[in-house]
Design a protein around this ligand. Sequence first.
Ligand SMILES: Nc1ncnc2c1ncn2[C@@H]1O[C@H](COP(=O)(O)OP(=O)(O)O)[C@@H](O)[C@H]1O
Ligand SMILES: [Mg+2]
Length: 275
Amino acid sequence: MVTTDDLLEVLRRGSLTVEGRLVDASNATLLALAELDGVEIACVYKPTAGERPLWDFPDSTLGLREVAAYEMSAALGWGIVPPTVWRDDGPFGRGMAQAWVTPPGGGDMVPGGGLVDVVPRGHVPEGWLEVLDAHGQGGEPVTLVHADDADLRRMCVFDSVVNNADRKGGHVLHGRVLPDVEPATYGVDHGVTFSEDEKLRTVLWGWAGLPVEDETLADLERLSDDLTGELGDRLSTLLTRRELARTRQRVSRRIREAAYPLPGDGWPSLPWPAF
Ligand SMILES: Nc1ncnc2c1ncn2[C@@H]1O[C@H](COP(=O)(O)OP(=O)(O)O)[C@@H](O)[C@H]1O
Ligand SMILES: [Mg+2]
């Protein structure tokens, strides 16, 4: 049986072969196979050289931020980010490699993982939360909604501490990274995270201002300690000192407020299109 540690080892040390390019991606996001000692893992490989420059993030840092987001998720024990590693020696040079999430029944991934959706106005599924009324492509009234789900709740808190500027519905996936594990809810595309400035932009506003669960706060307390120790050391090779310092502040703030984040002003709080 292949474990998560094996998977990380294959991603870190395996030979990488590019199989194709994801067409809906804005950067050079490649589908690749990592192979080590006969074990093959499908993965996303994003070479730094393929990163589209952004005005508000330093050039050639997006892949490092994706690895940093994985480190945070792994330290929390929340399993939000699929295993993600840094490669100095990819087929198109340095970049990040991330385990591919396969939908539970095979076939195509449902964007939103079955947990985020746009529905006709007035048709909010029972127990789901409304985020925003809008108009669809044909002008029809629609509502952006998401499930009231424990994994999504943690993802919302996670995004607030990593300062995720791009939690679209399409960046929420449900599936498995290994054949023998249970399907889980994952978040992908964490290139625009850890800015020094407040940039939280997400579709997950259904709990804005509500109290955060005690268990989640306890995990954040542990994260806060980890950030001054080994996790902090690892992140210091991926982020600047100021970005790391701001990350500690965001974690402390979430613990202090003990509430889900509220949209700030001066920065668009919803990614649009929402998928
Ligand atoms: N680890 C993954 N497993 C499965 N699908 C993924 C994974 N990462 C990305 N994708 C899919 O590929 C699309 C493009 O990847 P993304 O990381 O969003 O690239 P970009 O930075 O170019 O927007 C995503 O919206 C998602 O549908
Ligand atoms: Mg994307």
